[in-house]
Each structure stands twice: as C-alpha cells, then as structure tokens.
Ligand binder design. Sequence first.
Ligand SMILES: *[C@@H]1O[C@H](CO)[C@@H](O)[C@H](O)[C@H]1NC(C)=O
Ligand SMILES: *[C@@H]1O[C@H](CO)[C@@H](O)[C@H](O)[C@H]1NC(C)=O
Ligand SMILES: *[C@@H]1O[C@H](CO)[C@@H](O)[C@H](O)[C@H]1NC(C)=O
Ligand SMILES: *[C@@H]1O[C@H](CO)[C@@H](O)[C@H](O)[C@H]1NC(C)=O
Ligand SMILES: *[C@@H]1O[C@H](CO)[C@@H](O)[C@H](O)[C@H]1NC(C)=O
Ligand SMILES: *[C@@H]1O[C@H](CO)[C@@H](O)[C@H](O)[C@H]1NC(C)=O
Ligand SMILES: *[C@@H]1O[C@H](CO)[C@@H](O)[C@H](O)[C@H]1NC(C)=O
Ligand SMILES: *[C@@H]1O[C@H](CO)[C@@H](O)[C@H](O)[C@H]1NC(C)=O
Ligand SMILES: *[C@@H]1O[C@H](CO)[C@@H](O)[C@H](O)[C@H]1NC(C)=O
Ligand SMILES: *[C@@H]1O[C@H](CO)[C@@H](O)[C@H](O)[C@H]1NC(C)=O
Ligand SMILES: *[C@@H]1O[C@H](CO)[C@@H](O)[C@H](O)[C@H]1NC(C)=O
Ligand SMILES: *[C@@H]1O[C@H](CO)[C@@H](O)[C@H](O)[C@H]1NC(C)=O
Length: 432
Amino acid sequence: MKFSTFTQVVSLSSLLLGVQGISLDRNEACKPFKPFQPLPSSHPRTKTCKVEANGHGRDDSNNILKALKECNNGGKVVFDKDFYTIGTALDMTWLKHIDIEILGHVQFTNDTDYWQENGFFQTYQNATTFFELGGEDVNLYGTGILDGNGQAWYDLYVENELILRPVLVGVIGLNGGTIGPLNLRDSPEWFHFVANSSDVLFDGINIAASSTNSSVEVKNTDGWDVYRSTNIVIQNSIIQNQDDCVSFKPNSTDILVQNLYCNGSHGISVGSLGQYVGEVDIVENVYVYNISMYNAENGARIKVWPGISSELSVDLQGGGGSGYVKNITYDTFYSYNVDYAIDVTQCYGQDNLTLCNDYPSNLTISDVLFYNFSGETSTAYEPIVGTIVCSSPDVCSDINAYDINVVSPIGTNEFQCAYVNETTLAVNCTET
Ligand SMILES: *[C@@H]1O[C@H](CO)[C@@H](O)[C@H](O)[C@H]1NC(C)=O
Ligand SMILES: *[C@@H]1O[C@H](CO)[C@@H](O)[C@H](O)[C@H]1NC(C)=O
Ligand SMILES: *[C@@H]1O[C@H](CO)[C@@H](O)[C@H](O)[C@H]1NC(C)=O
Ligand SMILES: *[C@@H]1O[C@H](CO)[C@@H](O)[C@H](O)[C@H]1NC(C)=O
Ligand SMILES: *[C@@H]1O[C@H](CO)[C@@H](O)[C@H](O)[C@H]1NC(C)=O
Ligand SMILES: *[C@@H]1O[C@H](CO)[C@@H](O)[C@H](O)[C@H]1NC(C)=O
Ligand SMILES: *[C@@H]1O[C@H](CO)[C@@H](O)[C@H](O)[C@H]1NC(C)=O
Ligand SMILES: *[C@@H]1O[C@H](CO)[C@@H](O)[C@H](O)[C@H]1NC(C)=O
Ligand SMILES: *[C@@H]1O[C@H](CO)[C@@H](O)[C@H](O)[C@H]1NC(C)=O
Ligand SMILES: *[C@@H]1O[C@H](CO)[C@@H](O)[C@H](O)[C@H]1NC(C)=O
Ligand SMILES: *[C@@H]1O[C@H](CO)[C@@H](O)[C@H](O)[C@H]1NC(C)=O
Ligand SMILES: *[C@@H]1O[C@H](CO)[C@@H](O)[C@H](O)[C@H]1NC(C)=O
C-alpha cells in the first residue's frame, strides 16, 4: 500500500462530514462494525472563533485558550492554514459541545526541560501529556498537522531512558467525541493516551514518526494507549511507528478497532497487564477487525506479566498483578514481514520460563478468538510463525484459533504452544 492510501482515508471520512465539518451522528461513521454501545450524537455548532498565530515560533497558547473560551458550549475553533507553536501545557478538560478544526501546522516546542516539569503527569507508566483534552462532546479534526517535534526527545532518550517524554494527544476524561481526520507527526512518546474516557471515536488518523538521525531510534511511539476507558472506536487509520500500533492497557472495555494499516509497529496489543502488584487489570470486550500489519514485531498480541517480578528493560519492569483478559476477538488480520503473527504470552518480561511456570500469572486469559489470519511472517523466529504461551493451564481458558493461514518465508506454519488447550487451536502446535 502506498502513501496515497491516506487520501483514500481522508476522502472516505470527508464523505461523512456534515455542515459543521463532521457528522453529528457518530454511529453512522462506524463501518462495518458498530460500537459496543451507541455513541452519543454531537450537537450543532453555531459560532466560529479563529486562533491567531503569533508566528516566529512564539507561543500561541494564550490565543488558543482565548478562542476555546469564546467558542465553548456550541462553537467551533479554527486553526487556520498557518504555523502555530505551543509552548505551554494546556488544560482543556473543561470543554463542552465544541469543535476544534486544525487546518495548519501546529507544533509543540522542544524545550525538554519545560515539558518534563510541566507536562501533565498521568501516573500510569510515568506517562505525561502535552495537553489534556476532555469534557463532553468535543470534536478535533482537520486537514492540518499536530507535530510533536520529537527529534530532541529521541536524542535525549539515548542519554537517559527515564526522561518524561510527553504523549502528543492526551484524551483525558472525554465523554463523547470524535478525533479525526487528522495528521499526527513525530510524537516524543505515544501518539494518543486515552484515559478516563468513554464514547470516543477516532476516525481517519494518519500517524507517522521518524528520526532524522539514523543512529537514534524513535522509541515507544505507540499509536494509541487506552486506559480506564470504555466504548472507544479506532478506525480507518494509517500508523507508521515503532512500538504498539494500538494497545489496550488496564481497564479498557468495549473497544472496537477496525480498518487499520500499521507499518513498523509491535502489533495490536492487549497489555501489558499485571505489571503492578496489588493492582487489578481488566481488559474485556475487544473486537479487532481488518488489520494490515507490515514490518512488525507482532500482529495480534496479548501480553501479561507473570506472577513474579520481571524486567523487560531498564524502564519497564513488573509482574505479580492480577485481573483478567476476557472476550477478545481478532477477526481478519493480514501480516507481512511480522515476527509473530499471533503472540500470546503470560511470561512477559521473564526470559526464564521455568521461573514463569513456577510463579504463574495472577491474571487470567479467557474467551479469546483469532480468526481469518493470512500472510507471511519475517525470518525472525522461522520456522515458528506464532506463539501461545500460558504460564499454567489454570490461568488460560477458551482460547480459539481458526482459519489461520500464515506461513514463514520458508513455508512453515509452526506455533509454539504451552499450557493451553490445543483442541480449540487450529494451528500447528509444536512441543517446546
Ligand atoms: C482518572 O480518574 C481517577 C479517579 O478519579 C484519577 O485518580 C486519575 O488520576 C485519573 N487519570 C488517570 C490518567 O488515570
Ligand atoms: C517511573 O519513574 C521512576 C522514577 O524515575 C522509575 O524508577 C520507574 O522505573 C519508572 N517507571 C516506568 C514504568 O517507566
Ligand atoms: C527544536 O525545534 C526547533 C523548531 O522546530 C528546531 O529548529 C530545532 O532544530 C529543534 N531542536 C532539536 C534539537 O531538534
Ligand atoms: C546522531 O546520534 C548519535 C548518537 O546519539 C550522535 O552521536 C550524533 O552526534 C548524532 N548526529 C547528529 C547529526 O546529530
Ligand atoms: C480494510 O481496511 C482497509 C484499510 O486498511 C480498507 O481499505 C478496506 O476497505 C477494509 N476492508 C474491509 C472489508 O472493510
Ligand atoms: C514501512 O516502514 C518501513 C520501515 O520504516 C519503511 O521503509 C517503508 O517505506 C514503510 N512503508 C510504507 C508503505 O510506508
Ligand atoms: C480496574 O477495575 C477494577 C475493577 O473495578 C478495579 O479494582 C481496579 O482498581 C481498576 N484499575 C485501574 C487501573 O483503574
Ligand atoms: C463479547 O464480545 C462480542 C463482540 O466480539 C460482543 O458482541 C458480546 O456482547 C461480548 N460479550 C459480552 C458478554 O459482553
Ligand atoms: C531459572 O529459574 C529456575 C527456577 O527458579 C532456576 O533454577 C534456574 O537457575 C533459572 N535459570 C537461569 C538461566 O537463570
Ligand atoms: C500471585 O501469584 C503468585 C505465584 O503464582 C502467588 O504466590 C501469589 O499469591 C499471587 N498473588 C495474588 C495476589 O493472587
Ligand atoms: C506442521 O509443521 C511441520 C514442520 O514445519 C510440517 O512438517 C507439518 O506439515 C505441519 N503440519 C500441518 C498440519 O500444517
Ligand atoms: C479442551 O477443549 C475441549 C473443546 O472445548 C474440551 O472438550 C476439553 O474439555 C478441554 N480440555 C481441558 C483440559 O480443558
């Protein structure tokens, strides 16, 4: 698929636009599947407020807040075809019945000291965000760009992995909203953190992150991380990143993901879960449909920490938490040059499988379906194309896989399976 797919996605979304620029009925836009719960309709907007651009890299935050205040409760704020700079952490959690249309280029400053001090700290995995967008019935869209100006952050991460890199789009406490169509570029960290939110539709998002220095990697640029949120739809989007394409973090329920093209990611992931002792993580009712996954570490993934403390990397440790993963469907999934087309593990972060089995996960996985998978893996784990590894038969149940037609470059279709009922897995499990 070429870059021209983006125009396809945008024009697809434009078909759904109403007079105000976006469909009032969010459910209409959800195709082919409908959200778990109906999405509330948007209210009509009756006035417009333009955001002035100061230019020359000067902070436009005051202009933005002014326009938002003027047009809150029934208006539309427009960022013109100008260059805007945001150098202040913006609390936008008080919005109600408002549209924000981005026609220009909106860039966040790369003052890494300022943002580490002032970015909104979200506690979970030390995430911080440039802004918090929340409230009720908020639509954010446009042909323009939100630019995270990530290079300075990618460079700094090489020196210190514990720096607090802001998430580009913080959707925090939003109930009812549409995000997209929109272009997002070079986030310092994840592109979206969606927390404490419900009834939000992400539609027609084009995401890309790249480093200008070939020896510096773009790290942890997840497309979406959903946390403590319910009834979220993510669809018709193109994601060119590193790390998860979409990730369902603790307490993500009723999530529909459909029609995504992901390139370079770690897959569509449930988890990681069970990271923190004493916490209860729940991911329930997830439907993932029609994904094209290119050049990735994983396709469909469920990652759960074992019952013992483990370390994946310097800035990622965990294990021992409890909870459950339940009612997850991956339907129609094409992979190309993907290391594992399917990767289910309850030993996340623990290389010593003996230790993992001695301390099985406290988080159960049940009622999972992988259906209609096709494509070819990379050579990474050849002859194996997927892995379904539980830490004990007691903590995994009703895991199903059928119509799995994925092969490795040499034509094998082996799966690594452990502590899982193989009767419901129409895959070629080999003993490990
Ligand atoms: C979500 O809401 C809870 C409960 O009000 C609060 O403690 C937390 O800080 C909020 N934000 C996130 C990211 O969890
Ligand atoms: C969060 O930051 C603290 C303090 O820098 C660090 O010890 C911890 O490992 C970090 N946790 C994650 C998940 O990044
Ligand atoms: C910081 O951002 C400015 C404005 O876009 C840019 O000119 C500069 O090169 C960036 N600095 C780094 C280290 O990326
Ligand atoms: C690229 O990154 C490497 C490693 O951090 C650094 O040594 C080098 O100076 C960088 N090159 C440029 C042109 O910034
Ligand atoms: C699947 O998603 C792609 C975009 O990645 C879209 O072009 C295609 O129409 C979708 N197919 C179905 C059957 O929905
Ligand atoms: C996919 O990602 C790879 C590696 O980043 C890149 O070389 C390639 O151009 C991308 N393909 C598309 C279609 O964007
Ligand atoms: C998730 O939901 C469970 C059950 O309601 C609750 O015990 C737990 O604290 C929640 N976790 C988070 C991270 O919100
Ligand atoms: C499980 O998910 C499916 C969609 O895959 C949904 O139709 C069904 O209602 C869910 N089950 C429960 C008990 O919520
Ligand atoms: C793995 O864990 C087992 C059980 O605790 C231990 O006996 C063994 O030495 C460990 N292996 C390695 C390579 O650390
Ligand atoms: C977590 O699992 C470990 C090992 O299986 C067990 O010893 C521990 O009691 C469990 N903790 C909880 C809270 O269930
Ligand atoms: C399973 O994999 C082995 C080794 O690649 C292969 O010989 C065998 O034909 C496969 N079985 C099925 C049913 O695909
Ligand atoms: C494995 O699954 C089959 C089919 O659902 C079931 O009949 C059988 O009892 C299961 N075995 C175990 C050990 O749970």
